[in-house]
Design a protein around this ligand. Structure first.
Ligand code: ATP
Length: 441
C-alpha cells in the first residue's frame, strides 16, 4: 500500500476556524445555541457553493450534448419511496451505548463507543433515514410526504417527460443539483456529513450491453474533474466496493475517496444501478419507463450509471486541499490555493489609500471588473494586511490602485500564489485577467 499523504497539523481545526472567522459557514441558529449538524453558508461560502455547482454543471451539462438538466421537487409522495426501496431499506443500524446512552451508527464505530469507550451496546435496530412530514391540513396516509434523501428519483420519475421533450436517446443523461435530507444518526466532521445537504447527481441511461464500459468511463471522468479543479492526485484514490458490500440496487460501485484529516473517506460514489430504478417505477406506477429503438425495432429498459456527489462535501474537500501555509518575506501566511473558478472572489480591488483622490478611479476599476468577475473591494488597513486577507480566502488576483494610476491609467495586478506584481493599463485589465484566468481552460 502507498504511504498515507502527510497533511498540515490540525488541518481540520484550521480550516473550520477559517471558515467561521471569514464567513464561509456558520452553525445554524448559533444565537440560540446552535442546531446540531446544520450549517448556514455566509458571504464567502455562498459564492463558493455557486462556483462548485457551476463547475459541475459546466462539465456535466453545458459542455455535453448528451446530458440535460432538471430541477425536481424536494417533497414527494410515499409512492416514490416505496418503489425505490427507500421506505424499506434506506436504514442504518442504530445502537445505544449501554453505559453513556449515546446513540451511534453501528457500522461507523468499530465496536467502541467514541464518547465513553464502552464496548457494550444494545442490539442494532434498523433506523430509517428519511424525514417524514405531512402535506396539507388533513392527516392520514394520503397526506404523508417525505423530503427526498437523494435527488436521483426525480430523474427516474421524469424519464418519460425528458425523453418526450428532448428526443434524446441512450446513451444520454439527466442531471440535477439540489437539496437532500437524511436523518443521519451521527452527523459529524463539520459539513462532511449533515442532515440537510446538497447533491449533484447525474443518471446516465445506456443500452444494457454498454453499461460496464460507461461505468468505467464515468469513474474516470469524475476523478478527472477533481484533478482539473486542483485537488492533488495524492489526496484522491478510487475504491471499488466488494460485491457483498453493494447496495440493494447496485451492480457495481466505486467511490472517489479523499484523504481527509481523519483518513480516507467517501467523496463521490459512482454506481451501475442496472435497470433497478426504471423497472421498479414501471411496476409501481404502471407507466412504461422504457426506450423504443426505432432502428432495431427493439424496446428495452436502459441501465443507469450514476455519479453522485455532495456539493457541500465537495466544498469542504476543495477547502482542505487548498489550505496552505507558506513564508513570504520572513512572515508566515495562510493561503487558500483555490482554482480561480472556485474562489469566492476572483479579484479584489484595493485602493492604496483611503484618500478621496483615489475613490473615483478605484470605483471605475471595480465597476469595470464587476461585469465579468466576482470582486471584493477593501480600503481598510495597510496594503500588506489586505493582501494577506485576500490570500487567506483564496482570491487569485489583487488589483491595487495608487496615486500614479491617476496619471498613467495603470494599476498593479498581484498574483496570490507567486505574489509577483505587474503593471497593467486599466483599458486592458479585463482582457488581461481573462487571459490569466482562462489560461489552459
Ligand atoms: P454513507 O454510507 O457515508 O452514509 P452513502 O454512500 O449512502 O453515504 P450516497 O447515497 O452514495 O452516500 O450519496 C452520494 C454522495 O452524496 C456522497 O458521496 C456524498 O458526497 C453526498 N452525501 C451523502 N450523504 C451526505 C450527508 N449526510 N452530508 C453531506 N453529503 C452527503
Amino acid at each position: 500500500m502507498d504511504a498515507a499523504p502527510v497533511l498540515i497539523s490540525d488541518l481540520m481545526e484550521k480550516v473550520t476556524n477559517l471558515a467561521k472567522r471569514r464567513g464561509f459557514f456558520f452553525q445554524t441558529a448559533e444565537i440560540y445555541g446552535g442546531f446540531r449538524s446544520t450549517y448556514d453558508y455566509g458571504p464567502l461560502g455562498a459564492n463558493m457553493l455557486r462556483n462548485v455547482r457551476a463547475a459541475w454543471w459546466k462539465a456535466m451539462v453545458q459542455s455535453r450534448s448528451d446530458i440535460v438538466g432538471i430541477d425536481a421537487a424536494i417533497l414527494g409522495p410515499a409512492a416514490i419511496w416505496a418503489a425505490s426501496g427507500h421506505l424499506e431499506t434506506f436504514t442504518d443500524p442504530l445502537v445505544d451505548c449501554l453505559k453513556c446512552k449515546e446513540r451511534w451508527r453501528e457500522d461507523k464505530i468499530d465496536g467502541v463507543c467514541p464518547n465513553c469507550g464502552s464496548t457494550e451496546f444494545t442490539e442494532p435496530r434498523a433506523f430509517n433515514l428519511m424525514f417524514k412530514t405531512q402535506a396539507g391540513p388533513v392527516e392520514g396516509e394520503g397526506a404523508t410526504a417525505y423530503l427526498r434523501p437523494e435527488t436521483a428519483q426525480g430523474m427516474f420519475t421524469n424519464f418519460n417527460n425528458v425523453l418526450a421533450t428532448t428526443r434524446k436517446k441512450p446513451p444520454f443523461g439527466i442531471a440535477q443539483i439540489g437539496k437532500s435530507f437524511r436523518n443521519e444518526i451521527t452527523p459529524q466532521n463539520s459539513i462532511f456529513r449533515t442532515r440537510e445537504f446538497e447533491q449533484m447527481e447525474m443518471e446516465y441511461f445506456v443500452p444494457p450491453a454498454e453499461a460496464d464500459q460507461w461505468y468505467r468511463y464515468w469513474v474516470n471522468a469524475r476523478l478527472s474533474w477533481f484533478l482539473d479543479l486542483g485537488v492533488p492526485a495524492e489526496l484522491l484514490r478510487l475504491h471499488e466496493h466488494a460485491p457483498e458490500d453493494l447496495s440493494h440496487y447496485s451492480k457495481g460501485t466505486t467511490d472517489v475517496e479523499f484523504y481527509f484529516p481523519w483518513g480516507w473517506d467517501e467523496l463521490e460514489g459512482i454506481a451501475n444501478r442496472g435497470d433497478y430504478d426504471l423497472t421498479q417505477h414501471s411496476k409501481h406506477s404502471g407507466a412504461r419507463l422504457e426506450y423504443f429503438d426505432q432502428a432495431s425495432n427493439e424496446r428495452y429498459t436502459p441501465y443507469v450509471i450514476e455519479p453522485a456527489l455532495g456539493v457541500t462535501r465537495a466544498l469542504m474537500v476543495f477547502l482542505l486541499a487548498a489550505y496552505h501555509e507558506d513564508e513570504i518575506d520572513g512572515e508566515t501566511r495562510t493561503v487558500l490555493r483555490l482554482d480561480w473558478r472556485l474562489a469566492p472572489y476572483q479579484v479584489a480591488v484595493l485602493p492604496l489609500s483611503k484618500k478621496p483622490e483615489l475613490e473615483g478611479v478605484s470605483e471605475e476599476v471595480l465597476a469595470l471588473l464587476q461585469r465579468d468577475f466576482m470582486c471584493d473591494y477593501d480600503v481598510t488597513q495597510s496594503i500588506g494586511r489586505r493582501y494577506r486577507r485576500q490570500d487567506e480566502i483564496g482570491t487569485p488576483y489583487c488589483v491595487t490602485v495608487d496615486f500614479t494610476s491617476l496619471e498613467d491609467r495603470c494599476v498593479t495586478v498581484r498574483d496570490r500564489d507567486t505574489t509577483a506584481q505587474s503593471r497593467v493599463p486599466i483599458a486592458e485589465l479585463a482582457r488581461h485577467l481573462h487571459e490569466r484566468t482562462t489560461l489552459n481552460h
